[in-house]
Design a protein around this ligand. Structure first.
Ligand SMILES: Cc1cc2nc3c(=O)[nH]c(=O)nc-3n(C[C@H](O)[C@H](O)[C@H](O)COP(=O)(O)O)c2cc1C
Length: 278
């Protein structure tokens, strides 16, 4: 990732929040063009093609019961294959952070949507999955009452403590504070900490060693026919981490042959996902 893009995306990490209430204005031609350009970029560490496009969902009779004031969505699908969810999470979050940097509001939506209608709009068949859709538009000045209740129930302004998410050397050694690593790495990890996740469950565990970070998924939601939604969260975390490191001048390379978590415990719900070296 180039330094200029990293700086834009990493600074958007702190400003992004899920927006469920939009101002009901039409999407401007500039926003339209921006989102279409962003949707045409599907780069991800797995090299899996992700087809994304901007739609006016009312044309397809598709809605979300939690969204007010926009009918515009970025929708997409990709092959049902290993790592599809992470690739989708990474590619779409890149779009979301760039859109945030331009003042647009966004909401990841995997559950609270009319899924059959969106899947028809996307043209999903048994060989492809549509892990989620993204509502887009101009944020309203005030949140709807429903959105306020949702944010409170999800503790959306809070994140798990550092020692539940970040580790040193292995998963047995939680980090009590980001200060253990120095300001540059702490800033990069803060980008991960602010990332969105399904139900705000933050399934990521990051193990920091010398110039490498191993990412593990701590899955707490059941698998569904569309796959593992928490692997989408892992792809999102990968993008936030890469942007956060690159902003600090640490250009990372992804690899996927890292350690197995809890190797002796076949029932463990913590599994290795990826490694970034820098
Ligand atoms: C993969 C994914 C799926 C999500 N699905 C939904 C959803 O179906 N409905 C919803 O209202 N929010 C959904 N969210 C938004 C999360 O609830 C939100 O990210 C979390 O509560 C943290 O709040 P924040 O994004 O404002 O920081 C989803 C987020 C992610 C990353």
């Amino acid at each position: 990732m180039e330094a200029t893009e990293a700086a834009v995306l990493a600074s958007a990490c702190g400003r992004r929040r899920t927006v469920r209430t939009f101002d009901a204005s039409p999407l401007s031609p500039e926003a339209h063009e921006l989102l279409e350009t962003l949707a045409s970029h599907d780069e991800n560490p797995y090299g899996i093609p992700v087809e994304l496009r901007l739609i006016d969902a009312k044309t397809y009779g598709a809605t979300s019961r939690v969204i007010r004031g926009t009918t515009w969505y970025v929708v997409g699908s990709l092959s049902r294959c290993a790592h599809a969810e992470e690739a989708f999470g990474y590619a779409v979050e890149r779009l979301i952070l760039a859109a945030t940097a331009h003042g647009l509001g966004t909401a990841w939506l995997a559950g609270t949507i009319d899924r059959p209608a969106f899947e028809r709009a996307v043209g999903v068949d048994e060989n492809r999955i549509m892990p989620a859709v993204i509502a887009v538009g101009t944020p309203a000045a005030r949140m709807s009452a429903l959105e306020r209740v949702m944010r409170s129930k999800l503790h959306a302004d809070e994140r798990a403590p550092w020692d539940a998410l970040f580790f040193r050397g292995d998963l047995a050694h939680p980090m009590s504070s980001p200060d253990e690593l120095g300001p540059a790495l702490a800033a990069a990890l803060t980008c991960v900490r602010t990332a969105p996740s399904a139900q705000n469950l933050q399934p990521w565990c990051l193990v920091c060693s010398d110039r490498r970070i191993d990412l593990f998924e701590h899955r707490t939601l059941p698998l569904r026919p569309i796959g593992d939604v928490q692997l989408v969260d892992m792809g999102i975390a990968m993008l936030h981490l890469e942007a956060g490191l690159a902003q600090q001048g640490m250009c990372g390379t992804w690899s996927f042959d890292g350690p197995r978590a809890n190797a002796g415990d076949p029932n463990s719900s913590t599994t290795y996902v990826a490694t970034i070296s820098f």
